[in-house]
Design a protein around this ligand. Structure first.
Ligand code: FAD
Ligand code: UDP
Length: 373
């Protein structure tokens, strides 16, 4: 008998498992993929840690989370500063004085603020009700048109008018010359890759790969083996989508090895026009400053183009679509989940929330605390 059966070896599952094991509990982790780590999985390719499921930059303001996670990995000083490419024109991200200077030729913060105000007023927005209005009211119509509209519509497959405002509020807007994509106090990438971080969290814990918990025969057998279940898969899949399917966005990654040392000069370049079919190109080596974990430079590089698409059965569900329709359906599933006394629903898919890694860790630590472990 196990005290906890943990479904999913992503960050939520791994953190909860670590806390449970440390409290002397018997834990079994099952994972349907053939590797641990969920979406933060990195794979070593000749000295380059490839972010197999998209670029992952750890950042947090939460001291407790930072102190906890740095017990399991050393982090480098990587600071995310993506470049936006709009039909070959380059802009700095997030939206800051470098961006405003390039867009309008403004030199002072006062001039930039006036330009934004002028465009917001011309658009007649007082209380932003959706992503488009929120974006224009934060940075004006020029930046919306060149850096937000095309990218967002590709990413979400929906018009900016039909998306919630909070998505764009993830990005800082600054009247300073600061290209740091995050406002977080702590930021970095595990020097030995995220997979090693997960391995360290799961040290001494039994993990069964290639095991789909929702396979009916497997589920019955596994449920009988555990006092409690921590479920980090899709909440609607748990209930057999009996109230209808929640929507997700998926991604297709086209990864290529190139025999050049430097392809784009930055880890992340966003393609913000509507015509380029991908949203971004990741050049993985720059997450570790072009160096292998042993400190050597590589003469090759690995890039991934990221193509967003609507999720269908069989795809990886990367992003919950937190619009009104899906949020209402999620609330119904949440009510069902609350009735499952033996099961804790956690993580991006179990809670259907656009969580970053630090929020997932905080939630897992909280779930463990609530269990008294
Ligand atoms: P997951 O990583 O999805 O793990 C869930 C696990 O459960 C998976 O391994 C899955 O295979 C397994 N599973 C599901 N169903 C079953 C089943 N039935 N049986 C067995 N196993 C099952 N966050 C940041 O902080 N910074 C970033 O830069 C960042 N970039 C991102 C970029 C992309 C493209 C994406 C998609 C996300 C990004 N995130 C980022 C968010 C980050 O990936 C998540 O917050 C975090 O990985 C979520 O962890 P999780 O354990 O909840 O989910
Ligand atoms: N976004 C944009 N242009 C960009 C980068 C981001 O319009 O160049 C918008 C887009 O809607 C995206 C949201 O901002 O979904 C949040 O961006 P973030 O980089 O946080 O997305 P993630 O890394 O989670 O995919």
């Amino acid at each position: 008998m196990y005290d906890y059966l943990i479904v999913g070896s992503g960050l939520f599952g791994a953190v909860f498992a670590q806390r449970a094991k440390a409290a002397g509990k018997n834990v079994l982790v099952v994972e349907k993929r053939d590797h641990i780590g969920g979406n933060i999985f990195t794979k070593d390719e000749d000295g380059i840690a490839v972010h197999q499921y998209g670029a992952h930059i750890f950042h947090t303001n939460d001291r407790k989370v930072w102190d906890y996670i740095t017990r399991f990995a050393e982090f480098n000083r990587y600071t995310n500063s993506p470049v936006a490419n709009f039909h070959g024109e380059l802009f700095s991200l997030p939206f800051n004085m470098y961006t405003f200077h390039k867009m309008w030729g403004v030199v002072t913060p006062k001039e930039a603020a006036e330009k934004i105000k002028e465009q917001r007023e011309a658009a007649g927005i007082t209380e932003p009700k959706n992503l488009e209005e929120q974006a224009i009211s934060l940075v004006g119509t020029d930046i919306y048109e060149k850096l937000i509209k095309g990218y967002t519509q590709k990413q979400w497959g929906r018009a900016c008018k039909d998306l919630p405002a909070f998505i764009i509020k993830r990005l800082p807007v600054r009247l300073t010359f600061d290209n740091n994509y995050f406002n977080a106090l702590y930021q970095g990438i595990p020097t030995e890759g995220y997979t090693k971080l997960i391995e360290n969290l799961l040290e001494g814990i039994e993990v069964r790969l290639d095991t789909d918990y929702l396979d009916p025969a497997t589920k019955q057998e596994l449920d009988a083996m555990a006092e409690k279940v921590v479920y980090t898969g899709c909440i609607d899949a748990y209930f057999g989508q009996r109230l209808g399917a929640l929507e997700y966005r998926t991604l297709r990654f086209e990864t290529e090895r190139l025999e050049v040392a430097n392809y784009q000069g930055n880890a992340v370049v966003n393609y913000t026009d509507a015509e380029t079919p991908y949203t971004r190109i990741i050049e993985h080596k720059w997450f570790t400053f072009g160096k292998t974990p042993e400190g050597e430079e590589t003469s090759h590089t690995i890039i991934s183009r990221e193509y967003p698409a609507e999720w269908k059965q069989g795809d990886e569900p990367y992003y919950p679509v937190n619009d009104e329709k899906n949020s209402a359906l999620y609330a119904e599933y949440k009510a069902l989940a609350d009735e499952e006394k033996k099961v804790i629903f956690g993580g991006r898919l179990g809670q259907y929330k656009y969580y970053d890694m630090d929020a997932v860790i905080a939630e897992a630590l909280l779930a463990a605390e609530k269990e008294g472990i």
